[in-house]
Ligand binder design. Structure first.
Ligand code: GAR
Length: 193
């Protein structure tokens, strides 16, 4: 039986769109069943709706307990949860209901440049300011602490002396688009149904 993925996202949603398209183009049984956000009117909703994926907004208060999210995921028979630019805390109820089945992508080589408040362009800015010579992407399971879950995979790219944060962002995004869908696909294949 095909496996259903839920994507949690808070903003632009280029990764979400890329993942949705990847599975749609494969035409297999696995795919993205819904996109959930903690913000209203975000770009990710437009991107997902264009691809006929249901989008659901869950308010901040409701994320605190997680009960409503859990019910929603059960309604859509979600097997696996993918964070793609999701900036709220994942409630413990979800972590317990989906052990080793919630993953995140972070735009640096963790443990470097991770932790609360480190997201998106802030990460690339910090990488450039620190004079790093490489950056990349970390895909990991999530746990109760920001950016401290078990690492599944890392992918690297160079950072050149004259790079701006924007230059690094472009290179890191390219790595995300290339690898995140494939890692998800591999992990889905490992789930016994
Ligand atoms: C991505 O680069 C992702 O790695 C990062 O946010 C961006 C979202 O872009 N996530 C974090 O920083 C998490 N700490 P997108 O909305 O266009 O996919």
């Amino acid at each position: 039986m095909g496996k259903n993925v839920a994507i949690l996202a808070s903003g632009n949603g280029t990764n979400a769109e890329n993942i949705i398209r990847y599975f749609q183009e494969k035409g297999g049984e696995d795919g993205v069943a819904l996109v959930v956000s903690n913000r209203q009117n975000v770009n990710v909703f437009k991107r997902a709706e264009n691809l006929r994926i249901p989008c659901i907004y869950i308010s901040k208060e409701k994320w605190t307990t997680g009960e409503e999210v859990l019910k929603l995921l059960a309604d859509y028979r979600v097997d696996f949860i993918v964070l793609a630019g999701f900036l709220a805390k994942v409630p413990d109820t979800l972590l317990h209901a989906y052990p080793q089945r919630i993953i995140n992508i972070h735009p640096s080589l963790l443990p470097k440049f991770g932790g609360k408040g480190m997201y998106g362009d802030r990460v690339h800015q910090a990488v450039v300011e620190a004079g790093e010579r490489e950056s990349g992407v970390t895909i990991q399971y999530i746990n109760e602490h920001y950016d401290e879950g078990d690492i599944i995979a890392q992918f690297r790219c160079p950072v050149f002396p004259k790079d701006t944060a924007e230059d690094v962002a472009v290179r890191v995004h390219a790595l995300e688009y290339e690898h995140y869908p494939q890692v998800i696909e591999r992990l889905l294949a490992e789930i016994d149904k």
